[in-house]
Design a protein around this ligand. Structure first.
Ligand SMILES: Cc1cc2nc3c(=O)[nH]c(=O)nc-3n(C[C@H](O)[C@H](O)[C@H](O)COP(=O)(O)O)c2cc1C
Length: 366
């Protein structure tokens, strides 16, 4: 498979699993490793995918699938399919248009997008570029005024929800980034921040990002801090990085309007449970009070179907979007989304669940 053979089929890719190798040829080593890699021995990174493969489907037959519904609504955000782009930092490392290209592609495909605090364009520029509903992902800095400012700007720019990431008080031990001395080249900046916070400089003998986070992020955050954040904004606040039933209950008690089951794509604490294996407990604990979303290792329509069957309302997809961006810019991201939508459409019909909102656990044989 060559890059040219991918381009001849202009509508979709054959399989997202082929994209990583092609993107690797285009990206420099520091960027590819930062995108592809995980923490520690990358066991969770691999297990997120393997866990989906272990789950088997029990399709039902002879269900009228002439009317297919893939639309969902989550916290007032309407999506053409239960698919959103996960928040990912530094997208202009992949392509000069970075987050702007992502937002435009998401608009064309009717998918949502979560914009990272560490985006390489400002949230206002991204909001202007795309017609898609955007959510803003928040990292909490030691200086709380930064959080207040980011929340106000997100609301003013028309973002529909806030996603607070709780699994990253420090960065995971990412050996690839340590070896490559990961940093942000000086022509790129963190567009949502100002002054010294905009740059991720090189650090001798370490990942520049790990050093940045160690010095800037607030490691003293608690559930009380979540409550404080929810009081600073009128937007619904989702908590990203929950893997346990007790934390789900604490999140809801402290004002969370939604839960995102995530292990940060295996980039934080290695040997953490695969997200699809954690989803069921979180859904049970949420008990229908708030929507649950999942990310990590979703590469196929059947993966989305399995997440829905366990009770997720939608999924976030990370790395494949970056591979599409690196390969073909906005068009590549659009094709990644259309590929997943096509595969989901196919899987819904073949499993006998033509409406995404009616997929249930019986599809998993239980
Ligand atoms: C390159 C990269 C950068 C990321 N940056 C962020 C970030 O800034 N904020 C955040 O909450 N999650 C971040 N994540 C985690 C993703 O939001 C998501 O949880 C993860 O990528 C999902 O797994 P997947 O890549 O297997 O789909 C990042 C992931 C990657 C791959």
């Amino acid at each position: 498979m060559t890059e040219n053979s991918l381009k001849t089929n202009s509508a979709v890719y054959c399989s997202l699993n082929e994209l990583e190798g092609l993107a690797q040829e285009k990206l420099n080593r520091m960027t590819f490793d930062y995108y592809a890699g995980g923490a520690g021995d990358e066991l969770t990174l691999r297990d997120n995918i393997d866990a989906f493969n272990r789950i088997k489907l029990f399709p039902r037959m002879l269900v009228d699938s002439s009317k297919l519904n893939m639309e969902v609504e989550i916290l007032g955000t309407r999506l053409a399919s239960p698919l959103m782009i996960a928040p990912m930092a530094f997208q202009r490392l992949a392509h000069e248009h970075g987050e702007i290209a992502m937002a435009r592609a998401a608009g064309r495909a009717g998918c949502g997008m979560v914009v990272s605090t560490l985006a390489t364009s400002s949230m206002e520029e991204i909001a202007e570029a795309g017609s898609t509903p955007l959510w803003f992902q928040l990292y909490v800095y030691k200086d709380r005024q930064i959080t207040v400012d980011l929340l106000e700007r997100a609301a003013a720019a028309g973002f529909k929800a806030i996603v607070v990431t709780v699994d990253s008080p420090v960065l995971g031990r990412r050996f690839r980034d340590m070896r490559n001395l990961f940093h942000l080249p000086s022509h790129l900046k963190c567009g949502n921040l100002t002054g010294a916070l905009q740059s991720i400089p090189e650090k001798e003998g370490d990942s520049g990002l790990a050093a940045y986070i160690a010095s800037m992020y607030d490691v003293s955050l608690t559930w009380e801090s979540l409550r404080w954040i929810t009081k600073q904004t009128k937007l619904p606040v989702l908590v990203k990085g929950v893997l346990r039933a007790d934390d789900t209950k604490l999140a809801i008690e402290n004002g969370a309007a939604g839960i995102i089951v995530s292990n940060h794509g295996g980039r934080q604490l290695d040997t953490t449970v695969a997200t699809i294996d954690a989803l069921s407990d979180v859904v049970n604990a949420a008990n229908g009070k708030v929507p649950v979303i999942v990310d990590g290792g979703i590469r196929r329509g059947t993966d989305i179907l399995k997440a829905l069957a366990f009770g997720a309302k939608a999924v976030l997809v990370g790395r494949p979007m970056l591979w599409g961006l690196a390969l073909e810019g906005e068009d590549g991201v659009y094709k990644v989304m259309e590929t997943l939508k096509d595969e989901l459409r196919n899987a819904l019909i073949l499993s006998g669940y033509p409406d995404v909102t009616s997929v249930d656990r019986s599809l998993l044989g239980s």
